[in-house]
Design a protein around this ligand. Structure first.
Ligand code: GCU
Length: 663
């Protein structure tokens, strides 16, 4: 027995739905028999079909079938995409490449797992974005930065681990269309700097090859000052010929061993990490130096834009962290070379439960862009509290930037439609660890699954994705599907209600980032303030304040600039608002804060009650783990409610109209 679960690939027995008849014989046509991806795809089909329908399949090559499944190479299909169609007893899966074929096979297995009939089926999918990527923040000592589900399964005691679990990880992520993975933390310190040396290259190669067999490119996070730390020149100046020579040799060595490595992810000049600024050089100088060297090997440099002043003085009202990514990167738009991709966090701050969309996305008009979101629940409940994030990611993708006459949404930008480029992507900081169920709270598995599905097919709705996941990972029982779907779909709004109001963010226990501490970041150096006084709260980011709203194109800039037109869920992000200000609901700001905090706790109670009715209908272990987490979530929600409400009551002196208990 494995020490870990199989998530949505558990392949437990399913109703036949008339599907058996297709599954006895499968013929591949036009694909290379020897290819590892093909071999892996066949294995997956065999175990999936045997597990779900107890059918033993016969696999043949280049045979024209009269009934069964034909998997055919067709160069007209979009790369990495697939078409599936059933006609008169023959089910045909077409793809132009092996990844598309693999994704098509997972799609077939998904249908069977969801107890959907394959008769008359017609599905066609193609990837929403060229790079669909998971970023692991795993450290070599086995700890995970912002990890809430155990330790790393990639690194144990400073060694790289490749085993059966690594293989199951590949199966899980490939099944939802992920094609790139960064295995180590963006903060590259200590032994992680040595991942590009002989100490680790052999093992990294083994992992890279395993990944390749599932169509996944392995990337490494890089220490920009590796020159210094690995005994090269005592500088990391990207224009210094000695430094360049050192990197040429280093990258040459790495690619000689691992020719199929995807490339590197770099966090430079950010939160204390080294970077080109130290040497008076630009971010483009740093990124291009590495990109030019890696280019002959087909490698990519992904350069993060999380660059801001983390030594701010809270007394300083002019400096605004929200402005930083745009201010630091917009000037060099067009200077980045073709194999550089700028990786931009979805919001201008840091993965809060509600933020506006980063104006750098689409602000850049001549530069490859990759959107970065966080599936790890750093600020959204640590995988204790349930928070299904796909609805938020959908909002981000659909945001209209007005960066072009057409194709101007975030989805357009990261698919390459806006600029006609191919080096674009969608990345998520992932929420996995070596916990038996991978994600701590089983319900967080919906985010692990959902990000991949969404990145592959941005047209899917958050409900569709959740339902797919529930059916495969939990059960096809209608009651389970309906109740869990409702819990997931409401969970982000609930979390938002009992935590920080109207887009202001933070108010969280410093460093840990779980539980309330209203002033925890108020007098800190991190640029994260709510500016509450006895009259009101919020940060003035209009043209009379920090001017952040002006970083957007019109009409967004004007919309955010005025208190009247600013979307209310972001009101306190953009404006300093009196507690007595009347919202569209007719409530004052202070009453809104009180009400939402009471509602948030009530909603958690309702979710718990709904979950409790599923005892005996979902796997016992899952039931117990989720129940324990809900108990903790309720305690957390109450703590948030009472601290936030009491804090603002004390600041404002305005009582709750409904005279509820405020301390
Ligand atoms: C957040 C997070 C850090 C992380 C950083 C990043 O600030 O708290 O742990 O290193 O983001 O994205 O680089």
């Amino acid at each position: 027995m494995k020490q870990w679960t199989q998530g949505w690939l558990s392949y437990s027995p399913k109703k036949d739905c008339g599907n058996n008849k297709f599954l006895k014989k499968i013929s591949f046509q036009g694909f290379d028999k020897e290819s590892v991806i093909l071999q892996n795809a066949i294995k997956e089909l065999e175990i999936g079909i045997a597990g779900m329908l107890s059918v033993k399949t016969e696999v043949t090559f280049e045979e024209q079938l009269e009934t069964g499944i034909q998997i055919v190479k067709n160069n007209e299909i979009h790369s990495e995409g697939y078409n599936i169609e059933e006609k008169e007893g023959i089910l045909t899966l077409q793809a132009s490449d092996e990844r598309g074929m693999l994704y098509g096979i997972y799609a077939l297995l998904r249908q069977i797992s969801m107890e959907k009939s394959l008769t008359d089926i017609k599905i066609a999918e193609q990837p929403g974005s060229p790079f669909r990527m998971y970023n692991h923040w795993d450290n070599m000592d086995g700890s995970i930065e912002r990890g809430y589900s155990g330790k790393s399964f990639f690194f144990v005691k400073e060694e790289v681990v490749v085993n059966e679990r690594t293989r199951d990880y590949c199966r899980l992520v490939a099944s939802v269309g992920i094609n790139a993975v960064v295995i180590n933390n963006v903060n590259v310190v200590g032994p992680a700097t040595y991942l590009i040396t002989d100490r680790y290259l052999e093992k990294v190669k083994e992992m890279t090859d395993l990944f390749s067999g599932f169509g996944i490119k392995l990337f490494l996070s890089l220490n920009f000052a590796a020159t210094i730390e690995l005994g090269g020149p005592n500088s990391a100046d990207p224009l210094d010929p000695e430094v360049i020579k050192w990197w040429e040799q280093k990258i040459g060595e790495v690619y000689a061993k691992i020719p199929n490595l995807g490339g590197f992810l770099v966090k430079a000049d950010s939160e204390g990490r080294p970077g080109p600024f130290t040497y008076g050089r630009t971010q483009a100088d740093g990124a291009n130096m590495l990109a030019d060297i890696i280019k002959p090997y087909g490698g990519i440099i992904i350069w993060r834009c999380f660059v801001y002043n983390c030594q701010q003085d809270w007394r300083d009202y002019k400096t605004d962290r929200a402005r930083a990514a745009y201010d630091n990167f917009i000037k060099m738009d067009g200077d980045y070379h073709d194999n550089v991709i700028l990786q931009i966090k979805n919001g201008p701050m840091d993965f809060q439960v509600r933020e506006p969309i980063s104006p750098l996305l689409g602000g850049l008009k001549k530069t490859n862009q990759m959107l970065e979101v966080q599936v790890a629940q750093e600020y959204t409940g640590h995988q204790i509290d349930v928070c299904y994030l796909i609805p938020m990611f959908k909002e981000i993708l659909e945001f209209k930037t007005y960066c072009a006459k057409e194709h101007d949404t975030i989805a357009d930008i990261i698919s390459g439609r806006t600029l006609g480029n191919i080096n674009t992507g969608f990345a998520a900081v992932i929420n996995t660890g070596n916990d038996k169920n991978w994600t701590g709270n089983d319900l967080a598995g919906a985010n692990f699954y959902g990000f991949g599905r969404l990145a592959y097919n941005m047209k899917l709705t958050a409900e569709e994705i959740a339902e797919e996941w529930i059916r495969q990972a939990f059960s096809n029982d209608t009651e389970v599907v309906e109740k869990v779907l409702k819990i997931l779909m409401e969970s982000r709004a609930t979390y938002e209600k009992y935590t920080t109001p109207l887009g202001i963010g933070w108010m969280v226990t410093p460093h840990v980032h779980y539980g309330p501490s209203i002033d925890g970041y108020e007098y800190s150096r991190w640029g994260t303030y709510h500016r509450a006084d006895h009259l009101g709260m919020g940060v003035d980011r209009s043209d009379k304040g920090t001017g952040y709203a002006q970083q957007y194109y019109e009409p967004n800039a004007a919309m955010y600039n005025s208190m009247e037109t600013c979307p209310e869920e972001l009101l306190l992000f953009f404006h300093h608002v009196p507690y007595t200000y009347t919202l569209k609901s007719g409530k004052t700001l202070i009453q809104h804060i009180y009400d939402t905090h009471f509602e948030g706790v009530e909603e958690v109670e309702a979710m718990m009650a709904s979950w409790a009715t599923l005892k005996g209908r979902v796997n016992e272990e899952i039931f117990t783990v989720v129940t324990e987490r809900f108990n903790k979530q309720l305690a957390n929600a109450k703590e948030w409610r009472d601290q936030v409400n009491t804090y603002f009551y004390r600041k404002s002196g305005i009582a709750d109209e409904k005279e509820r208990m405020i301390y």
